[in-house]
Design a protein around this ligand. Sequence first.
Ligand SMILES: Cc1cc2nc3c(=O)[nH]c(=O)nc-3n(C[C@H](O)[C@H](O)[C@H](O)COP(=O)(O)OP(=O)(O)OC[C@H]3O[C@@H](n4cnc5c(N)ncnc54)[C@H](O)[C@@H]3O)c2cc1C
Length: 453
Amino acid sequence: MSLRPGPVNIIGAGPTGALLAILLQRRGFGVTLYESRPDPRLHAGESGRSINLAMADRGIHALQMAGVLDRISPELVTMRGRFIHPQGAAPSLQLYGQRPNEVIYSISRHRLNQTLLQVATDQGATVKFEHRMEGADFSKGIAHIRDTRENTIEVPMHALLATDGAGSVMRRHMAEQGLIEAKEAELEHGYKELSIPAKPGGAYAMPPDALHIWPRGNFMLIALPNIDGSFTATLFLAKKGDPSFATLVSETAIDGFLSEYFPDVISLMPDRIAEFQRNPTGFLGTVYAAPWHVRGMGALIGDAAHAIVPFHGQGMNCCFEDCVEFAACVDRNSTWEEVFDQFFAHRKPNTDAIAQMAVENYLEMRERVIDPKFRLQQLLALELERRHPQQFIPRYSMVMFHHEIPYHTAEQRGAVQSQILTDLTAAATSLTEIDYAHAARAIDERLKPIAPM
Ligand SMILES: Cc1cc2nc3c(=O)[nH]c(=O)nc-3n(C[C@H](O)[C@H](O)[C@H](O)COP(=O)(O)OP(=O)(O)OC[C@H]3O[C@@H](n4cnc5c(N)ncnc54)[C@H](O)[C@@H]3O)c2cc1C
């Protein structure tokens, strides 16, 4: 028996809140969203804060399930691989997968949010912009929400869904009142956004069908294409030490740093110094919380429950998967408490797994992509997938191209595969030196078939 539809309040109308509203509204619930910011459909996006996002199979699948993919598709820019710019050597493209559909997409965060909100309101959801949740009293069962005219309204704490992001007010109140355990593990590195405008006439300044990476060991620059011919670049760097955001303050220091490490791209960033000084240094971290709910009163969903670092390009993809899974729990259960319990039990092992894989991917992107041994292992992983398609799927592909493989499974199989790759390449420098008979035995022994072909 599924839950009887009724009113539902959602705090936060970011990607998670908006998609969740669509899925619940479609099931007959009457959704009211409370969002602290003004309506994003009425203004241009904020600059300097994660302008675009990588969308992969999990995100695409969720949009399909919500019936909104057709509205979003025209906004997607295809990225086929990583375009690596090593220091002092020629750049090259490393394909992400080996099938035509094994690609990821860049999308504007602002446009995505605008579209999802439009669909949610078209379906009858109410969105109260400039309404900020400020307090939650679980003993009285009341949430306090303030609108811009300083009026505080009280919302009953019944099925209150908090999709208010990594800094979730709801999560902090739950933890302060001793109802859940929560921890925010801050990364020592932060990020800064810079822009690479389109060339006169609107052409892209670099190949547009890739995610560009300038790996520099302890830091890196990346750039994702936008639909208007520009790229948004992001510098990931330590917050303290040398070099760091703390030392790069003066024009001379910033210019010297960018010229030394990124000489091939600075001519494409005419406003780099002003942007570096003007744009905020963003915070990066992982949120761990357990459980994500207080009885049937309220639950955390999306970044509010499990924000992760952005190095696998999966944060929003994971949040969208949350929404689909949450809706499935609504379909399968008859009380909110059961929905919340089941959602947490199913989802937590998977969000823990992607949190860990996202941290590991930072080292891969900023350092390992230019290591010849790592590159050989990547090529071997693709070759083994060609030879054993039902057993060996590169971990990156499991995460990015296979929504049907849970993150937890990808992490576990990825660890086994990594060991196989390390053994096979221990004494090899090219694919011709690999013992494929040994590979076949190891794969048969250690990896059960997984992929439906
Ligand atoms: C630099 C960077 C790059 C990223 N790149 C990628 C990527 O390439 N691919 C990917 O999949 N993910 C990426 N992510 C992660 C992605 O941005 C998040 O996972 C996603 O935005 C989470 O969505 P959300 O709706 O849960 O939270 P948010 O996007 O944070 O939205 C929360 C919403 O709640 C509102 N809100 C907050 N507090 C309150 C309150 N008290 N009351 C009312 N409203 C409130 C906010 O205004 C906001 O609209 C990246 C993140 C960062 C920082």
